[in-house]
Ligand binder design. Structure first.
Ligand code: ADP
Ligand code: MG
Length: 470
């Protein structure tokens, strides 16, 4: 220490002007850090007479700086080595962009983003990735930060852009923390479900120029869920088969009972006993219809290019489910043509398709309500629709509802109803579409070629699916 101090003094003596030095001075029990200004003092002829020193005790500041550096290093190593994908984005250009949208008179940001989806892209394009850890590079299948920065804009998936849009709306409302599920697309074009959380880093809440984004890859979790859903489905179809088997067993004694009632009716005179017998007959008929519905539903081996009367199918289905649905205060209304509407689809498949739509409509009406089934034939096509005035489909789910296993119903849902229905309809050469408004309701449309005629789509209206060559 002393040697260092002497060296500094010598430097000051030889220097033409004042010098600044930092020194650690050791005392028996502690060290202090001094910041000193050493000023050489000269006589009139310029000879150095001595050195004047002004020292400040920097110990406290030095300790703080070291602590800061240490915590910075600790953060670096946590950030770098964390098994969770982390990256830091500078979102301040987004804050500025939203502000200028406001200034130029945009009141309803959601409506604006809806009308100009490219503006979300543009805003995101202005924000840069400041850094990314190893797990983030791996998640995005990027070799380096440069590759990630350069490549990401090329592979933005629609779901990710939905999340981005939502985040921008949150930013506009002054929020500094966002989270939700999304699907990211890697540089190699693979889609990965992920949980995203973005939090403004301490001290950057206002400017959002440092936002820490963590992503948890949900691929494995989703796969496990799909497997669980599949086994649930297997269990379901097993119970379905069981129900059909039981229905078959019940059907025979039922027919026997009807025969006995008929015989008794012939023996008994009119009067109280006769009327009771008629009532009994009516009830047995009802049981028989339900049993027949169950049998129809699970009858195997119907050919794909069968045909049926859609009105009859709708009628049978309504009969089958209406009392069950009435228990949850759901009423079914139908508007059917008076004459048969023959379509090119097997009765079982059409029943299955409409049943899936009906069950979804029921789920969309937790408080009960009305489901309307309308059928009509026109231009060689039969048009069937199932409408509810239930909860509706969120805009961000619209693109996903036909995807197998996509469900918003948690463990209660299988996410298979719509995908199965759609593939049945498509296999029959028809198509399926829907309109929905959150909070107002949903209408699913099924269009099927009328039996005996070859249906051709009108140009410009085909949204999903195509005619299968047969
Ligand atoms: P599940 O009914 O098992 O969830 P589906 O394939 O039948 O699977 O439906 C997928 C998703 O589509 C549902 O979870 C729901 O979010 C949405 N959906 C389908 N029909 C309706 C409807 N009528 N109203 C609101 N949402 C619906
Ligand atoms: Mg369903």
């Amino acid at each position: 220490m002393a040697g260092r101090m002497m060296a500094n003094l010598r430097r000051a003596l030889e220097s033409p002007r004042a010098i600044e030095v930092e020194d650690e001075v050791a005392f028996p029990h502690r060290s202090i850090y001094l910041n000193s200004r050493l000023i050489p003092c000269r006589d009139r002829r310029g000879r150095v007479m001595g050195v004047m020193g002004l020292s400040r005790d920097m110990t406290e500041r030095r300790v703080m700086e070291m602590a800061l550096r240490e915590s910075e290093e600790r953060f670096r190593s946590v950030f770098g080595e964390a098994p969770i994908a982390l990256h830091v984005r500078d979102l301040s250009p987004v804050v500025a962009g939203i502000e200028s949208l406001r200034l130029s008179g945009v009141m309803d940001l959601r409506a604006y983003f809806d009308a100009h989806p490219e503006s979300v892209e543009a805003l995101l394009g202005r924000s840069s990735i400041v850094e990314a850890n190893r797990a983030a590079l791996e998640l995005f299948e990027a070799g380096s930060l440069a590759e990630l920065t350069e490549g990401l804009p090329r592979v933005r998936g629609p779901q990710y852009m939905d999340t981005v849009r939502q985040t921008f709306m949150d930013i506009a409302e002054g929020r500094t923390r966002f989270e939700g599920e999304t699907v990211i697309r890697t540089l190699k074009g693979r889609d990965r479900p992920a949980f995203l959380r973005a939090v403004a880093m301490a001290g950057h809440e206002r400017t959002l120029d440092r936002v820490l984004i963590s992503l948890v890859d949900l691929t494995d979790l989703r796969r496990a869920e799909q497997e669980a859903a599949l086994s649930r489905l297997e269990a379901l179809s097993a119970t379905g088969r069981l129900a059909a088997g039981v229905a078959h067993e019940i059907n025979n004694p039922l027919q026997g009972m009807k025969g006995q009632i008929r015989l008794l009716r012939d023996d008994l005179p009119l009067g109280t006993a006769g009327r009771r017998l008629d009532a009994l007959n009516g009830e047995v008929d009802k049981v028989a219809r339900i049993v027949k519905g169950l049998l129809d539903l699970h009858r195997e081996g119907a050919s794909e290019d069968g045909a049926c009367d859609a009105c009859e199918v709708v009628g049978g289905l309504v009969e089958l489910v209406s009392s069950e649905m009435a228990k949850s205060s759901v009423r079914i209304e139908t508007a059917l043509p008076a004459t048969p509407l023959r379509v090119r689809m097997g009765a079982n498949q059409l029943t299955q398709t409409l049943l899936n739509l009906l069950l979804n409509a029921q789920d969309a009406l937790p408080q009960g309500g009305v489901v309307r089934i309308v059928a009509e034939g026109r231009d060689g096509w039969a048009r069937l629709s199932v409408s509810d005035d239930g909860v509706g489909i969120r805009p961000e789910d619209r693109a996903r509802i036909f995807i197998p296993f996509f469900t918003t119903k948690g463990p209660r849902g299988t996410g298979l109803g719509l995908s199965v229905s759609e593939s049945l309809v498509r296999a029959a050469g028809g198509r399926m579409d829907f309109t929905s408004e959150p909070g107002k309701g949903t209408t699913f449309q099924v269009e099927l070629p009328v039996a005996g005629k070859v249906g051709i789509y009108r140009e410009g209206t085909a949204v999903r699916a195509g005619v299968r060559d047969t």
